[in-house]
Design a binder for this molecule. Structure first.
Ligand code: XBP
Ligand code: MG
Length: 271
């Protein structure tokens, strides 16, 4: 069965959004009277924890234990303010889709390959990004959008991918996922979905050795990607035709996605 759906992660995959998330967290802390500030190094470390609310709680436990108990009562408020700041930042249009994303989305639609989203971020953030970068009908390009505020367990848990498969009415072997991080790769793999990884600014050091292909980005015909590992050494950009070929060859090698849990690395959850 050829490829029937492409499932995209959002943050770091569709666009380099984490710096906007970081700015929004800091704006929310200030607006709510907290003298906290997340610089890039700290944020890179906190990104081990997927989910904004979970990340704030982890920060409190690790860096502000003295305030943790009382401040935790305000996580909902802090995160809601952060989401307001984030969507406002996105709607300024300062973030663009990564190379190859819009081209592949439109190619998929031309080939009747369904489009899905499986993200940890909140739904308003997804809508703001899609409608700002793809036009007011951006969200309608996707048959299914599953977001972090709809699941109880976040990546690397497969919950959001399993939800997306159910909503698409497809099995894992009909799909390919596109991710930017090891947590995302593990989530898609645990759901049985073959995955392409395009590392982003904050995930460049992630070990994604189990992916179908690891590429600098999806590339363009006139702006080839940099091949990192796995499939894709001969190509310059990821197209629907490429994906048909890769999934067919991966299937014949039985490597598409064994669903085997990749080896864990010490330290970061899911690593
Ligand atoms: C990445 C995340 C999100 C964002 C912040 O999401 O871990 O938590 O960093 O967004 P993705 P929220 O799965 O798309 O890579 O504050 O809305 O959680
Ligand atoms: Mg991501």
């Amino acid at each position: 069965m050829p490829l029937r759906a492409l499932i995209f992660d959002v943050d770091g995959t569709l666009a380099e959004t984490e710096e906007l998330h970081r700015a929004a967290f800091n704006a929310s802390f200030q607006a709510c009277g907290f003298d906290w500030h997340w610089d890039k190094a700290l944020y890179g470390d906190l990104l081990q924890i997927t989910g904004g609310k979970e990340r704030i709680a982890a920060y409190m436990d690790r860096h502000r234990p003295e305030k943790s108990a009382s401040a935790k009562l305000r996580i909902g408020e802090l995160h809601a303010r952060k989401t307001e700041h984030y969507t406002a930042l996105v709607e300024t249009g300062e973030v663009a889709l990564r190379p190859g994303i819009e081209r592949l989305l439109r190619e998929a639609m031309q080939h009747s390959v369904l489009l899905g989203i499986a993200t940890t971020t909140s739904l308003p953030n997804v809508k703001a990004l899609l409608n700002t970068c793809l036009g007011p009908k951006g969200t309608t390009m996707f048959a299914v959008i599953s977001a972090g505020d709809e699941v109880t367990r976040k990546k690397p848990d497969p919950h959001v991918y399993e939800l997306t498969l159910r909503r698409l009415g497809l099995s894992a072997s009909d799909c390919v996922a596109v991710e930017d991080s090891r947590n995302g790769l593990l989530a898609a793999h645990a759901a049985g979905i073959a995955t392409i990884v395009t590392p982003s600014v904050y995930t460049a050091a992630d070990d994604c050795s189990e992916a179908l292909a690891v590429l600098s980005d999806l590339g363009e015909p006139d702006r080839p990607y940099r091949h990192i590992r796995g499939l894709g050494q001969e190509e310059t950009h990821v197209s629907i035709a490429t994906l048909f070929a890769w999934t067919a060859s991966a299937r014949s090698d039985g490597a598409a996605c064994s669903g085997q849990h990749p080896p864990r690395m010490p330290g970061r959850p899911g690593r």
